[in-house]
Design a protein around this ligand. Structure first.
Ligand SMILES: [Zn+2]
Length: 214
């Protein structure tokens, strides 16, 4: 029997376990490990975590259009009328967006999926912001500046999960008559966008190609 289900477990601990298992990618075992860690941790350490959760909840949210971290919504990128909102670059995480943005090469807008399809970690299609992307494509009023999306660039990490997420997205998008491209294969397989250098990323954006081109 798990800790969560035992009447011998104090109620506050059971509530903490419930809260932890509701987080993405946290199963029962991980929740128990984290809970034990927090119970044994100093009050200072545990409260630092609690305070930083409160802090981000009060001061940071996600852009209602692209899901990027922002303290205003729409975010400054979506709201920038010098950018071309008809081209959307899809990334897994805000840190990928930061790396791609640092190249200065991309003048469209982004869509942050907040993850990738990863069945072994319990992350399914409905757990990341795929339907929000498809809605932006289907309905221009949901996109930045009300623009119709002409091209979606898939900028997922070049590894097994990133590739299979990209393939799923391409199938969904190609059924919608929008141009689908992916970053050029300059990124070594298994590498991560967030750690790639700016020149490699700039080349990958500029050399982007259709999903079915090598
Ligand atoms: Zn945005």
């Amino acid at each position: 029997m798990s800790l969560r289900d035992s009447a011998a477990t104090p109620l506050p601990v059971r509530e903490l376990l419930d809260a932890l298992t509701s987080l993405p990618g946290i199963g029962k075992r991980s929740a128990e490990r984290i809970a034990f860690h927090l119970i044994k941790a100093s009050e200072e350490e545990a409260m630092a975590l609690s305070n930083s959760i409160a802090e981000v909840k009060h001061n940071v949210s996600c852009c209602s259009i692209c899901n990027n971290l922002a303290d205003v919504s729409p975010c400054l990128i979506c709201d920038d009328h010098t950018r071309d909102a008809s081209v959307v670059l899809v990334v897994e995480q805000p840190k990928d967006l930061i790396s791609l943005e640092a190249t200065g090469m991309f003048k469209g807008v982004y869509h942050v999926l907040t993850g990738r399809i990863e069945p072994l970690a319990g992350i399914e299609v409905g757990d990341i912001a795929i339907s929000e992307l498809l809605e932006r494509v289907d309905n221009s009023s949901l996109n930045a500046q009300g623009a119709t999306i002409n091209e979606v660039i898939l900028g997922l990490n070049p590894n097994l999960e990133g590739d299979s997420t990209a393939l799923y997205l391409a199938q969904e998008l190609e059924a919608r008559s929008v141009k689908v491209t992916r970053l050029a294969r300059g990124l070594p397989s298994g590498s991560q966008i967030e750690y790639a250098n700016s020149q490699v990323l700039a080349d990958a954006i500029q050399g982007r190609r259709g999903m079915h081109q090598e």
